[in-house]
Design a protein. Structure first.
Length: 127
């Protein structure tokens, strides 16, 4: 009598052939997942390498720009750069000193720009 309630459970168990097929399918899924993970890891490594190369290139470019800016500071002529909207992005040491204002013609054109620059002391805040 104890065996009778267990009969449906015993009949529902997969056969060895079914278990073998299930294991084979599972093995294929595991292999596909590992292959996908390996591919993602390789892509991630390539991306990290590209980011490192790009960062190094940007650092070299920034260093070159800093060197050029330091050369502009050595000149006695006033030099500044503006963006398309007229905002001053950079001015050299002579421009900051304002000694060029005594030259004819420069006062009229540049005085309003210098007045704003001196009030802000930071060329990025000019509008």
């Amino acid at each position: 009598m104890v065996i009778w309630p267990m009969m449906p459970r015993a009949l529902a168990l997969p056969t060895p052939k079914e278990l073998e097929r299930i294991n084979h399918d599972l093995s294929r899924e595991v292999a596909a997942r590992r292959e996908a993970e390996d591919g993602l890891q390789a892509l991630n490594q390539r991306l990290e390498q590209r980011v490192a190369e790009r960062t190094a290139a940007l650092e070299r470019a920034n260093e070159a720009l800093r060197n050029q800016a330091s050369l502009l500071d050595l000149t006695h002529d006033p030099i500044f750069s503006r963006d398309m909207g007229g905002q001053i992005l950079y001015w050299n040491r002579s421009m900051r000193g304002g000694t060029f204002l005594m030259r004819p013609g420069a006062r009229v054109r540049l005085y309003p720009v210098l007045r704003r620059a001196q009030s802000h002391r930071d060329p990025r805040h000019l509008g």
